[in-house]
Design a protein around this ligand. Structure first.
Ligand code: ADP
Length: 610
């Protein structure tokens, strides 16, 4: 379900709920109305029966009273005071026994001749009731029935009148000579109706309420009375002389409950018994039902909503799981693609690395050859000095040999022995020099071993001794620390010879012999892991010119004349030192001259840490 549809759905459901609510209300109201009407109808029937039975009970009473002994006498002789007094007494005692309001007898003109209330202030005796309808009805031979407010007593009551016929004349024959009337109090009915919440009224044939459990409604009509009827009522003095207003014209709170009603006819009297079912109760019952239905709908709606939410959450969870799976698949695909790319790149890199290795090995062999070439070149440069170095002992050997021959001839054997010893030591010296040369010229085989630096320095200096001597250069070796390094002894010697020869060349230009000096310092610098072996070769030459400094370690860079320098010495030396994990640097000294510094890892330190 899309979110766009949801508001429409909610509106439709809400409208349906409202419709159901109102439908329930109206159906329940209809049913409640019917129920109430049915109940009211039953109630009215009972009330009507009750009323009817009471009215019937009293209805024969005037007729029976007409047969009293003195009735005929009084009607024929109204001035017979004794008979009147007797009849009054009789009527009074019967009235008290039967608990009616009054019993009285009129002549055929309506004049009251005898009455039960003869001795009261409101006595009917001597009163003319000829205007009352019940009188005329009875005089006409019928039963007079009438409800009204007493003309004399002002008490409301139900009047029943029967004609009195002359004694001996059968009933219904001849004209009546008088009328006997009984007035009954119906207000007790009202009392029994008070328990009912709904208004109950007894209404006469013209619609005037004369009994009701709503006292204010009494002597009001259900419908406005026309003027003819009003005049009629005034004529009979039925409800005293006040005009009859309609209930509908009463104030709102006074006529509360007036409206829809049910009726039960009291046919004999032409009355209507009415009950006004409480509209408020109908509304209450209907509202209760509607509220119940609303509650059920609310519970159903909440349950459905919860169910819907649960389903939606479930669906969302499924969707998010799907999305997650899709993302994982996409990721896998991407990874696969990247892996493939990486593999290809790796292969390319592998190829390049192999090529690099080839190039490197080519470079190494080239470098080795270059080192060898540099060495041989150096040997060539040293050849003159070497020759001189070898020539000297050789000349000494020849001189000692010649002398030895002379001494032998003279038989001076001790001198011969001494000369031979000189020869031996001179040849041993030569052997030493040649051994050094041989060792140096040998192609080194990358033999890594412990190199004892003082010894190497000494060997290098020995090879260059002739040059130092010829140019009267003082050589100082200052071993401040017995130092050893890891590497190739021959190559280390090659570096030292290179640096020493450059120092000799530099010092050569110095005029003053006292100032011709080359110093080799062997030392250890730094502590702990930073400790290193340092070889410093200082000279008292002119120093390195500024324009030379940037090119010092470039191959084939030289300031020397052809044949004297190739410009390879420092380049080769630097690469040899780097191969031994060291560093070659140079700078000029403040007091003049250059200093070349070889820094190499201190193996005594390495041994300690490893
Ligand atoms: P070469 O000795 O064959 O010239 P090198 O590479 O050994 O080649 O030296 C290069 C240059 O460095 C030399 O030509 C020289 O100008 C300069 N140089 C080397 N050592 C010194 C030094 N001790 N004093 C001054 N200049 C030097």
């Amino acid at each position: 379900m899309t979110s766009r549809k949801t508001p429409i759905l909610i509106t439709v459901v809400a409208l349906c709920a409202v419709a159901v609510f109102f439908a329930t209300y109206f159906i329940a109201a209809g049913k409640a109305r019917n129920d109430l009407r049915a109940a009211g109808q039953r109630q009215l029937q009972i009330v009507a029966l009750d009323l009817q039975s009471i009215l019937d009970k009293f209805e024969t009473m005037p007729f029976a009273l007409g047969a009293l002994a003195d009735v005929d006498q009084v009607l024929h002789h109204p001035d017979d005071a004794e008979a009147v007094a007797r009849l009054n007494q009789t009527l009074q005692s019967i009235q008290r026994q039967s608990r009616v309001l009054a019993i009285y007898m009129m002549d055929d003109k309506g004049m009251t001749l005898a009455a039960s209330n003869w001795n009261e202030d409101t006595s009917f005796v001597g009163r003319d009731f000829g205007f009352r309808p019940y009188f005329s009805e009875a005089l006409a031979g019928r039963i007079g029935r009438f409800y009204g407010i007493g003309n004399v007593s002002s008490e409301p009551g139900y009047f029943m009148a029967q004609p009195i016929y002359p004694a001996g004349v059968p009933r219904g024959q001849g004209a009546p000579i008088g009328v006997m009337t009984v007035k009954v109090d119906l207000s007790e009915f009202e009392h029994t109706w008070r328990s009912s919440d709904d208004p109950i009224t007894l209404v006469d044939s013209s619609g005037v309420v004369f009994l009701s459990n709503r006292p204010l409604w009494k002597y009001h009509s259900l419908r406005p009375l026309d003027s003819r009827r009003q005049q009629e009522l005034a004529g009979t003095h039925q409800y005293a002389d006040q005009p009859i207003a309609s209930v509908g014209s009463m104030r709102r709170e006074q006529r509360r409950g007036f409206g829809e009603h049910i009726m039960q006819a009291i046919p004999k009297q032409g009355w209507q018994l009415m009950l006004f079912p409480s509209q408020a109760r109908i509304a209450r019952v209907a509202m209760l039902w509607a509220m119940w239905v609303a509650l059920v709908m609310a519970i159903a709606a909440i349950s459905l909503w919860a169910l819907y939410q649960r389903r939606r959450r479930l669906q969302e969870r499924l969707e998010s799981r799907d999305a997650l799976r899709r993302a994982a698949q996409e990721l896998d695909a991407t990874i696969a693609v990247r892996t493939q790319e990486l593999r290809v790149a790796n292969q390319a890199l592998g190829g390049r690395y192999a090529k690099l290795q080839q190039t490197e090995s080519l470079l190494r062999s080239t470098q080795n050859e270059l080192v060898q070439a540099g060495k041989l070149a150096m040997l060539g440069q040293m050849a003159a000095g070497m020759t001189h170095e070898l020539n000297q002992p050789l000349a000494a050997i020849r001189a000692f040999a010649d002398n030895a021959v002379q001494f032998m001839r003279r038989g001076q054997l001790p001198q011969v022995e001494e000369n031979l010893e000189h020869i031996s030591s001179a040849s041993a010296h030569m052997g030493k020099i040649i051994g050094q040369l041989k060792g140096f010229a040998r192609k080194s085989g990358d033999a890594i071993a412990v190199v004892d630096l003082p010894q190497t320095v000494e060997a290098a200096v020995l090879l260059l001794r002739n040059e130092f001597q010829q140019q009267a250069i003082a050589i100082e070796i200052d071993v401040r620390h017995p130092v050893q390094v890891m590497g190739d002894a021959v190559r280390t010697e090659q570096v030292l010879i290179n640096l020493l020869r450059n120092a000799i060349d530099a010092v050569d230009s110095v005029e003053l012999v006292a100032n011709k000096r080359v110093t080799v310092i062997l030392d250890r610098e730094g502590i702990g892991a930073d400790a290193e072996v340092v070889i410093r070769i200082r000279d008292t030459g002119p120093g390195i010119p500024d324009e030379v400094v940037p090119h010092l370690f470039e191959p084939f860079f030289t300031t020397k004349s052809t044949g004297k320098g190739l410009g390879l010495g420092l380049a080769i030396s630097s690469s040899i030192v780097q191969a031994m994990n060291g560093q070659l640097s140079a700078h000029n000294l403040p007091e003049g001259g250059a200093e070349f510094i070889v820094r190499l890892p201190d193996i005594s330190e390495q041994e300690r840490t490893s």
